[in-house]
Design a protein around this ligand. Structure first.
Ligand SMILES: *Cc1c(COP(=O)(O)O)cnc(C)c1O
Length: 408
């Protein structure tokens, strides 16, 4: 078989498998059944002595792998801010795989370099950032944080006469790093990778929604970096970025915004007040694989009873069905039942269900089916939950309008 025939054969089969997967995604269990996890043992075993037939590999991947995926491409997966992928972005991703470009230099892949320039300028335009900002496409927000914070590190040290690229960090003047109490775990990872150490950061207390309290920002002198957050992963709340920028810039600090999904509030007329002043910061990290619904991995660094526990301002809803044990039971039962998938979290010491609405595929029907399933399960698990769960229904619908507003 020549390579044309081989491509014809494998791409046709992969397309058929992908189409079947996507056609049935809305009706299947939203999570992963225990049998599917057991079925994963079909993958692996001893390293095969020789290569296998391409079609057989695809068959095995589909049979064993597809059932062990969560239905994040359906409309009722609300676990984590994961998003779906728009049809055009899935198809474009296939084409890009066929190109298989190494985008290291303009001459090695002019199309990749050109698209990078176009998309970056569009993002600056969308977010209202200065057109002369530099930017890079990386794997996700964590790497965008690493990239932007590396620029921050160079800049604040250069200001005191230290060239970190040439002389490294040993014996460098200390850099004060300030984060909010509700900092995302990946931001601490980014700081650790850059040699700042997660244990030596200065932590600023947060309010009841998880927003950093600007009045508690320490006044420091010397090289300093303040990391703010747009979009708390539990509540969706955003740090008061503008206010923090004013204080931080007065003391000569660099302000970096971790805006994985929350930064996109800036493109909605009704939500942009949440991130007011964010353009005054010095660097921003975000991604396109959450709220912009493009395939993973797509991060962007720009250098330059039941009770709703949070104020639902963006796309995140925290629901409590009562005591911690009740919440654990309800979340486990919702995940096992499979109509929708919601995760658990601990917010201010209380166990809660976390509903993250971040996929274009979520319809009104998905919301009502999910709410009905959660209500029924909550009623089975605790008699007092029904009136509370009604509030959660409104929270979800409300939050869905917001995602539509931002995505459209
Ligand atoms: C998701 C998230 C991250 C990490 O993003 P990845 O793209 O998964 O690396 C960082 N910060 C916040 C606030 C997030 O929500």
């Amino acid at each position: 078989m020549d390579s044309n025939d081989l491509y014809e054969e494998v791409l046709t089969q992969a397309a058929a498998q992908a189409r079947r997967y996507l056609r049935t995604i809305r009706e299947r269990h939203a999570g992963v059944l225990p049998e599917a996890v057991k079925g994963l043992s079909a993958l692996g075993g001893p390293l095969p002595a020789q290569g296998e037939n391409s079609l057989a590999i695809l068959e095995l991947l589909d049979n064993a792998g597809s059932p062990a995926t969560v239905a994040s491409m359906g409309g009722r997966f609300f676990g984590g801010v994961i998003g779906g992928a728009l049809p055009a972005s899935v198809a474009a991703h296939w084409l890009a795989d066929a190109w298989d470009q190494n985008a290291c230099l303009y001459d090695i892949s002019p199309v990749a370099a050109h698209l990078e320039d176009v998309v970056l300028s569009w993002i600056l335009d969308l977010l209202g950032l200065p057109p002369n900002c530099g930017g890079a496409f990386v794997t996700g927000t964590q790497m965008a944080d690493v990239t932007a914070l590396a620029a921050a590190r160079s800049s604040v040290l250069r200001n005191v006469g230290w060239d970190v690229e040439r002389d490294g960090l040993f014996s460098a003047p200390p850099v004060t790093v300030i984060v909010g109490e509700e900092v995302h775990a990946t931001m601490l990872k980014a700081l650790a990778l850059l040699g700042f150490g997660k244990g030596r950061v200065h932590i600023v207390p947060a309010d009841s929604q998880g927003r950093m309290e600007p009045s508690h920002l320490p006044r420091v002198s010397g090289p300093a970096i303040v990391c703010v957050q747009a979009g708390n992963v539990n509540t969706g709340a955003c740090d008061p970025v503008g206010e923090i920028c004013d204080i931080a810039h007065e003391m000569g600090a660099w302000v970096h915004v971790d805006g994985a999904f929350g930064l996109w509030a800036a493109v909605s007329h009704h939500r942009k007040h949440l991130v007011e002043g964010f353009a005054q910061a010095d660097s921003w990290a975000t991604d396109a694989h959450k709220w912009l619904n493009v395939p993973q991995d797509s991060g962007i660094a720009i250098a330059g009873g039941c009770e709703i526990l949070n104020d639902v301002v963006l796309n995140q809803v925290l629901v409590s069905f009562g005591a911690d044990e009740v919440n654990t039971r309800v979340i486990d039962a919702v995940q096992a039942e499979g109509t929708c998938w919601c995760g658990g979290t601990v917010w201010r010491g209380r166990k809660a269900m976390r509903i993250s609405v971040s996929s274009w595929a979520t319809t009104d029907l998905d919301v009502s089916r999910s709410v009905a399933a959660i209500l029924k399960i909550a009623a089975d698990q605790s008699s007092s939950s029904v009136t509370f769960a009604r509030t959660s229904a409104e929270g979800q619908i409300d939050s869905r309008d917001r995602i539509r507003e931002v995505s459209n």
